[in-house]
Design a protein. Structure first.
Length: 134
């Protein structure tokens, strides 16, 4: 992730940080390889997200931040086990290099007067290989 600093300081002498926007992937079927361990990020409101780096088309990396309810289908496709309704056990240290296939879709939602585009990973399945088949 590349962080950019805004040169306009606030009255408290703090710097604003802006995340450079990633290009959006079109809705389609993909085969992704997980790169590294999905990094935990805590939002200002205290919720936990994970920063996933997914490789597709052999060498193109795609970075996406997801809440647990959004990445559960990925985790189940790469070896996670559903132990009860809504609870999945998985080891984040064991996902590097795992491959899964899915349909990637964009959904638009509104919250607090703002419109957001979010990804939905549907029909996630193990790809049956340890490396991306390219």
């Amino acid at each position: 992730t590349k962080w950019l600093c805004n040169k306009n300081k606030t009255k408290e002498n703090n710097m604003k940080e802006t995340i450079e926007k990633y290009p959006r992937l079109p809705d389609a079927d993909y085969v992704f390889e997980v790169i590294g361990v999905p990094e935990k990020i805590t939002t200002q409101s205290g919720h936990v997200m994970r920063n996933w780096i997914l490789r597709y088309e052999g060498s193109r990396d795609f970075t996406v931040r997801l809440f647990p309810n959004a990445y559960t289908s990925i985790v189940l496709a790469i070896g996670g086990v559903e132990v009860s309704k809504g609870k999945v056990d998985w080891d984040d240290e064991q996902v590097d290099g795992k491959v899964f296939a899915c349909s990637l879709k964009t959904v638009v939602s509104e919250s607090k007067g703002k419109t957001y585009e979010n990804y939905v990973f549907e029909n996630c399945q193990p790809a049956g290989q340890t490396k991306v088949p390219f």
